[in-house]
Design a protein around this ligand. Structure first.
Ligand SMILES: Cc1cc2nc3c(=O)[nH]c(=O)nc-3n(C[C@H](O)[C@H](O)[C@H](O)COP(=O)(O)OP(=O)(O)OC[C@H]3O[C@@H](n4cnc5c(N)ncnc54)[C@H](O)[C@@H]3O)c2cc1C
Length: 421
């Protein structure tokens, strides 16, 4: 019996059901999967798209010029005035609960917004956001830290990384020693985003050496005037993090965020929150970069023809478009899982890894399409090239995401069949 007939016999009932004459009528039942946006999601996405086109993109030449002079792309006043304009249309605190004055939107909407914002390199973000772990603060701490952060009158920073502990965050050595009703913090943190501008820090310190990360790390809320110092670190990006030093910095017991000894869980919650947001922003940048690349390729003539006619260039466009589409669904699936309350850790790691790797490949291709012009500071491509490189490093490097993804699979926590099973 030919192999095809053998299979048909073994699986006859299934084949019968797949027969077109007996298959269920999908036109009356409707699709079982929905990849569309709701009317509200579309409306929000379109509003942000228009805001970016009308208010943000026109600032790009000025931002590039300033950054070339080593100045900030947007002054604090300019950022605030843009944020106020958005706020007057209700765009304030996208994921901040309505009880705290925000929009209370879920992860899918947040990702859709981030994709739109990513289409420009102008360093804009909507106002009204605060670190997720600050919502675990006591009522008194919320008054001092959470509400002013949401209102934009105080700035926070998150400090776990140390010179000797990056990927291996469990190896932190900054310590906090109890003296009566006070804690004395000593140690050094590094690569802290916003660390030189922040008014207070969420700093993670070892409070029980024996337990270490398993119940011996505590998070403290520490105002700058308690005595910690910061030094900016120059990077290949347009904005730099900072190194922080704690030299006998004293804080009251009430400075503990959450519970004593439960700091490591808080740190993981902070880091885990944004793993779909970073690749979402990169996705928007990639869309714009490929559009710029295609525009250039249509107009740049070599050997009597636009380079867009060459297969070498067409393949760059095609590969980039496929990767952008794949990234879109990785990001949105992870966000969808967050909104459904499903365990999204595997999907978030996949989106972060794929986003970091592919965004870097795409920006490299687009730079290549532009030839020498891509390498200049006349165009923003080289700027994006430098900025996107960070995505492969912070909030878990490529290697750490791969480690997480492989471990989850090998230990049987998840399947290669994904969330559909
Ligand atoms: C611009 C910027 C902003 C940042 N912002 C913050 C912030 O706000 N707060 C904060 O706390 N931290 C922040 N970080 C720190 C960032 O999270 C760390 O840099 C990152 O986790 C990597 O740690 P590391 O630099 O010590 O590298 P290492 O951990 O020393 O890693 C070096 C290399 O070894 C690889 N590696 C490490 N372990 C393994 C392993 N087990 N298997 C295979 N490969 C491995 C890494 O992937 C990497 O390629 C920031 C970093 C940068 C650059």
């Amino acid at each position: 019996m030919p192999p095809a007939d053998r299979e048909r016999t073994a699986y006859a009932p299934l084949f019968d059901r797949a027969d077109h004459t007996t298959a269920p009528d999908r036109t009356t039942k409707g699709p079982t999967m929905d990849f569309d946006l709701s009317a509200e999601e579309r409306e929000i996405r379109d509003w942000v798209r228009t805001f970016v086109r009308k208010e943000i993109v026109p600032l790009e030449p000025q931002v590039l010029e300033r950054e070339r002079r080593n100045e900030r792309g947007l002054t604090a006043d300019e950022l605030k005035s843009l944020q106020d304009k958005a706020r007057s249309s209700g765009f304030f605190g996208i994921q901040t609960p309505e009880s705290h004055g925000g929009m209370g939107q879920g992860a899918v909407v947040a990702a859709l917004i981030e994709i739109e914002l990513g289409r420009s390199f102008v360093p804009f973000r909507f106002a009204g956001e605060a670190d997720n772990i600050l919502f675990s603060a006591t009522e008194e701490q919320q008054e001092t830290y959470l509400r002013p952060t949401i209102e934009g009158t105080r700035r926070s920073c998150f400090a776990i990384t140390e010179p000797g502990a990056g990927s291996d965050a469990r190896a932190i050595r900054t310590s906090a020693r109890r003296e009566g009703d006070e804690w004395v913090i000593n140690g050094e943190k590094t690569f802290i985003t916003g660390g030189h501008e922040a008014d207070f820090v969420m700093v993670f310190a070892v409070t029980d050496k024996q337990k270490g990360a398993d119940g011996g790390v505590t998070c403290f809320l520490v105002d700058r005037d308690r005595g910690w110092t910061s030094t900016p670190i120059d990077t290949m990006g347009e904005w730099g993090p900072a190194a922080l030093v704690f030299d006998d910095v004293r804080v009251p017991h009430s400075a503990i965020l959450g519970e004593e000894g439960k700091g490591f869980e808080l740190a993981m919650r902070w880091i885990g929150k944004g793993r779909y947001m970073l690749p979402a922003r990169a996705l928007g940048s990639c869309e714009r970069l490929v559009e710029m690349g295609m525009e250039w390729a249509r107009n740049r003539v070599t050997f009597g023809q636009p380079i867009a006619e060459r297969q070498a260039i067409q393949w760059m466009v095609a590969d980039s478009a496929v990767e952008i589409e794949a990234l879109r669904w990785l990001v949105l699936t992870a966000a969808w899982q967050v909104d459904r309350g499903l365990d999204s850790r595997q999907s978030q790691s996949m989106a972060k890894l794929y986003g970091g790797v592919k965004a870097n490949e795409i920006v490299d291709r687009v730079l290549q399409m532009h030839g020498g012009m891509g390498y200049t500071r006349e165009l923003p491509v080289e700027r994006w090239y430098r900025e996107l490189r960070l995505l492969r490093i912070y909030e878990g490097t490529d290697e750490i995401q791969r480690r997480t993804i492989a471990r989850n699979l090998l230990k049987g926590h998840v399947s290669v069949r994904g969330h559909l099973g």
